[in-house]
Design a protein around this ligand. Sequence first.
Ligand code: OSB
Ligand code: MG
Length: 374
Amino acid sequence: MKIERLILRQVRLPLVHFFETSFGRTYHRDIVLVEACGEGLSGWGEVTAGENPFYNEEWTGSVWPIVMDYVAPRLLGRELASAREVAPLTAQIRGHLMARGGVEAAVWDLEARQKGLPLWQLVNQDLPADRVRREIPCGVSIGIQDSVEQLLDKIALELAAGYQRIKMKIKPGWDLDVVRRVRDRFPAIRLMVDANSAYTLADADRLRGLDEFYLMMIEQPLGHDEIIDHAALAAKLRTPVCLDECIRSAHQAEQAIRLRAAAILNIKLGRVGGFAEARRVHDVAQAAGVPVWCGGMLESGIGRAHNVALSTLPNFTLPGDVSASRRYWRRDLIWPAIETTPQGTIRVSAAPGFGYDLDHDFLKAVTVREEAVT
Ligand code: OSB
Ligand code: MG
């Protein structure tokens, strides 16, 4: 497999509803898409960096130069035995895992298309077919709202749509009182919270207050690189701790598990640099008996479809933040849009690659920047 050409496109897509986390509110997404071309076929990837360097250090503006100046020259024209070779070829680049992961995912998609396989089959190719999930359990991530009433209404709507668990964002000032009202209204649902690093170990007593709400887990309460503090916090809580931002590699996953900093892991393709490392994180967790689920970064249909493929691996036993296109987009970049069943699941597509068609007209209409390199 040879990558003959890489095309970067930046698209601007308005969100159906703003999304607010402890680090800020977003009304639209500025997403960089990667098209990897070789032997007459194209593979597609999505870079999951946000509009600002607030979730991690990457943002839409850092992605373009990293891919053009550092990733592309290391890949173009090279003969690759498989997409697994992409990550080692870009390993000299420190950080920028989302930029590198977006390109890596495009090459996985290209490899799947060249082999005529759905991407989820390529991702699982070394595993017994009867262990491969063809229908993934789905949850939703609900941002901070303008009022608790609005949050309760949104939760009711998502439950009616069938979603299997609700994740709500918290931050200081939008935490215990809000979770209490959600629990009062929905005593039996599978509920979890995500703080996106909004607390410190000094808040341990406050966070212990969440224990009475029998949450499935608390996601990333402390600093983005604070595995040791998470271990100290986890020892004080009954609520299981799940790590998101802290885990950028299988090695860090192994360390976090060894220190008991996390009982559950969120795996995001971009955050760990692509499918190969995501698989290693999955395997490390599975070997330790730690369940994983697939996180989301408000992806367009392309990244969303990649998340569906990843979620078919056997240790993705918990509902992820992989939900229907319509929750985010009036019109998606892919056709058909990704939909959930009334049971709150997504069925994998049997089509080659990531499994959906691109809506090329719409893609053209929302593209604000485009550049090809050979
Ligand atoms: O922490 O999981 C997160 C969105 C942007 C940045 C970080 C996170 C999120 C989400 C949204 O929770 C998940 C989704 O795509 O539905
Ligand atoms: Mg998170």
